[in-house]
Design a binder for this molecule. Structure first.
Ligand code: GLY
Length: 405
């Protein structure tokens, strides 16, 4: 870490400096540069981060939670942007981000799961969301590899997927092509002069000056030095362990859509890619900064996935990996200006980082250009956490949170 007593070396000056080069930081930088802002990103390894681990489900309907209707609207708005977003990235970079309109099947293995899924179906219906109830036999007709134990399921044809690793690579390329400057170093601290953020000092001692600084450092956004305590976002790391397997090539796909369930209270999902990769995720663990892949985590994922699709144990296991979701107190992102002039946030996306990437880029570009958060993003302002009087949350907690699928 850069010692705060050493004076920073003068370096570069930009309209916008984005601290963090994960998908959220990169989409913010790309969109800002497209609007004519001189933009830079500070990150020792841009294009990596939590997206390297994520499965890439775009699942606003099957991941619906009670009490999160406001977030649902935002999630749906972003899901609607995906086709044109993927096309625009392909046009800009030549890269395919693996956007696939495959749909999702959420299944139940026992009577309790089925009752819970029925309740979710009713809730989805009350919100006008499209989902179709299927018997166990109908589920297996769609996905023949499903276990005979599957008792029923919800077919959601609008919940799709993309490949987050390809997405990150494409965003990095798009940002570079749009003129974004990459500072491949950690931001050691945000620099504050008078009452405003004026850029960041990098780990090599360089000072990068910027009119606006956007903190988009995922789970680390709440730990960056130089920012007054009350301005730091209340994000915490939520560990997720994920497996990658290889499906056999052939005319009949092993799985043709995302299959998911809640097994013993934990989410398990299987996301099949067109290139033969099968991603199985994910644990959800409140263990601080730990990213160890544990025998227990791998065991539980394989055990639960095997209950849904017994054939998974025949597949080659190609990767085990763990990452950190940036969780916020209400599970919703934290977007826009803070109480420190010149400092904005784009973090706290928790389970929805990949899904919310398109809308986050648009919202952040808008606020960086006009100074105003678009209406759709106002519930996600950092100011909802500022001070004892602002208890308004992005979510309307009408009932206790119940897992959806
Ligand atoms: N959205 C899936 C996960 O966070 O595991």
């Amino acid at each position: 870490m850069y010692p705060s007593t050493r004076p920073p070396r003068p370096g570069h000056s930009h309209d916008v400096l984005v601290v963090g080069g994960g998908i959220i930081g990169l989409v913010t930088a790309w969109r800002a540069a497209q609007r004519g802002l001189r933009t830079a990103v500070a990150d020792p390894a841009p294009g990596r981060g939590a997206a390297r681990v994520a499965a890439g489900m775009l699942a606003p309907v099957t991941e619906l939670q009670y009490g999160e209707q406001t977030l649902l609207e935002f999630n749906l708005a972003s899901a609607r942007r995906y086709p044109s977003f993927a096309a625009e990235l392909a046009e800009a970079t030549g890269a395919d981000i693996g956007y696939r309109e495959c749909g999702t099947l959420a299944v139940a293995l026992d009577a309790d799961d089925r009752a819970q899924l029925r309740e979710l179906h009713a809730f989805q219906g009350s919100l006008g969301l499209s989902a179709q109830w299927l018997s166990g036999r109908e589920c297996r007709r769609l996905e023949p590899m499903l276990s005979p134990a599957v008792r029923g399921g919800l077919r959601v044809d609008g919940d799709h997927q993309t490949d987050p690793r390809r997405l990150a690579a494409a965003l990095l390329r798009a940002a570079e092509l749009a003129g974004v400057v990459l500072h491949r170093a950690e931001a050691a601290r945000i620099e504050v002069a008078g009452d405003r953020a004026v850029g960041a000092v990098l780990s090599d001692g360089t000072f990068v000056a910027a009119g606006r600084t956007v903190l988009a450092a995922g789970s680390w956004s709440g730990t960056v030095a130089g920012v007054p305590e009350h301005v730091l976002p209340p994000v915490r790391p939520v560990k997720g362990q994920v497996l990658r397997l290889r499906m056999p090539p052939g005319a009949t796909p092993f799985l043709s859509r995302t299959v998911r369930a809640v097994v013993r209270g934990g989410h398990v999902y299987l996301v099949p890619r067109e290139n033969g990769e099968l991603v199985i995720g994910a644990t959800s663990e409140e263990l601080g900064w730990d990213t160890t892949v544990t025998a227990g985590g791998v065991y539980e994922l394989l055990r639960d996935a095997h209950e849904l699709v017994p054939g998974v144990t025949e597949l080659a296991l190609t990767e085990t990996i763990a990452g950190l979701r940036p969780g916020s107190p209400d599970n919703a992102p934290v977007l826009g200006p803070t109480e420190l002039p010149g400092l904005l946030l784009a973090t706290g996306h928790h389970r929805n980082g990949v899904l919310l990437t398109p809308v986050t880029g648009d919202v952040m570009a808008e606020v960086l250009t006009t100074g105003e958060l678009p209406d759709a993003a106002r519930p996600f302002s950092p100011r909802r956490f500022a001070g004892p009087s602002s208890s308004a949350s992005a979510t309307t907690t009408a009932r206790s949170e119940v897992s959806s699928a």
